[in-house]
Design a protein around this ligand. Structure first.
Ligand SMILES: Cc1ncc(COP(=O)(O)O)c(C=O)c1O
Length: 381
């Protein structure tokens, strides 16, 4: 039987402990039993986000949380800043335009990332900016901005800072309160090791004021509806019951490890992948100063189609990595190191990559990528 190893930047591998919880019979959501789970899930997310802000849970994919963070905060004609350094930054711009906000787009070359100085300049150029939309990990390129310094800049303005943390949450650090982040949008199917279907948005007091005045059209994603019942705790619509319950178990697993150790674990896996790529003589796609520990984007050798690498790894050997999007389609592959993965999953992925690269005619010494990663892992055990 073929394995199904997900080294994709979402959805991620669902470990057996969580599959067991997901396999339990459904319970009704307007009950004290479910309320206890909901309370634990909301408090658990506050722990991960390192915040006192309320967290609202909804049945949706990550983009639902992003949409809620636009339609619930803004009104037609509002000026906002969006950062585009890849596909998901572009989604912020498209969402803002869909709700008739007026974005100033900070456009960054793919593989690089925005700086606090870039954001400060754009904020100074337009003091009417209501919100700044950025991405914790730009999954299409494997880049990450310094959110702490961006938070310090936005905090000094009237704008709120909104972060798409769909791929990075519970993989890399995000100190919502300390860094001055007002809104975080994320979901269940990446760092939390769960299936897709549960989205959530955390909202600061500063952002709640915007919510009160927002007139953009909305219904399901109207965060005021979620805020109204959050303290009970309750949700305005049927929640993703099974995933909420499994989220409590996922957060228990994360707490058992501890945040600091968890982030160090993913840093180590990221470094292992990078060492493996370099051992194979391959170049990283992402600029050194912008590397995210959520996933690694690797340039494929000249003359080889990255799409073929992905297809053969998945269809022949049962190991899924992601290909490139947009202009880098076929030119890069992306290997994620998030969720329930360890160094042996990474070594397995690298050995499969080697096998496929050999099949496609790339010239290198078999085992050189695995050896380089193994060496790094042994040095940092
Ligand atoms: C950074 C980022 N934002 C948003 C999304 C969109 O999430 P979804 O596909 O769950 O709607 C993704 C999905 O890969 C992502 O990586």
């Amino acid at each position: 039987m073929k394995r199904n190893l997900l080294l994709t930047p979402g959805p991620t591998h669902v470990p057996p402990q969580l599959c067991a919880v997901l396999g339990k019979p459904i319970i009704h959501h307007r009950t004290p039993q479910f309320q206890a789970y909901l309370k634990e899930a909301m408090e658990g997310l506050q722990f991960i986000l390192q915040t006192k802000a309320e967290v609202y849970l909804m049945a949706a994919s990550g983009t639902g949380a992003m949409e809620a963070s636009v339609s619930s905060l803004l009104s037609e004609g509002d000026h906002v800043i969006t950062v585009e350094s890849g596909k998901f930054g572009e989604r912020w711009t498209n969402l803002c335009k869909a709700f008739k906000a007026v974005p100033t787009v900070i456009s960054i070359e793919w593989g690089k990332t925005v700086t606090a100085a870039d954001v400060e300049k754009a904020l100074k150029a337009d003091p009417s900016i209501k919100a700044v939309y950025v991405t914790l990990c730009e999954t299409s390129t494997g880049s990450a901005p310094d959110l702490k310094s961006i938070g310090a800049v936005v905090k000094k303005s009237n704008a709120v800072l909104v972060v798409d943390a769909v791929s990075g949450l519970a993989v890399v650090d995000l100190k919502m309160d300390e860094w001055g982040i007002d809104v975080v949008a994320s979901g269940s199917h990446k760092g939390f090791m769960l299936p897709p279907g549960l989205a959530f948005v955390a909202v600061s007091e500063k952002a709640k004021k915007l919510m009160e005045t927002s007139t953009a059209p909305k219904f399901y994603f109207d965060l005021r509806k979620y805020a109204k019942v959050a303290s009970k705790p309750d949700t305005p619509f049927t929640p993703a019951i099974g995933i909420v319950i499994a989220l409590t178990e996922s957060i228990r697993m994360i707490k058992e490890v501890g945040l600091e150790k968890l982030f160090a674990h993913f840093t180590r896996l990221a470094n292992g992948v990078r060492a493996g790529a370099k051992g194979l003589g391959l170049e990283l796609y992402t600029h050194e100063s912008a590397l995210s520990n959520v996933l690694t984007a690797i340039k494929v050798p000249d003359g080889i189609d990255g799409g073929k690498i992905v297809k053969i790894m998945r269809d022949t050997y049962g190991i899924s990595v992601a290909g490139g999007q947009g202009d880098v389609k076929g030119k890069i592959i992306r290997i994620a190191h998030m969720g329930a993965l360890d160094e042996y999953d990474i070594l397995t992925g690298l050995s499969c990559l080697e096998k496929v690269l050999k099949e496609l005619g790339y010239k290198f010494e078999l085992g050189s990528g695995v050896a380089a990663a193994q060496k790094y892992f042994n040095q940092t055990a």
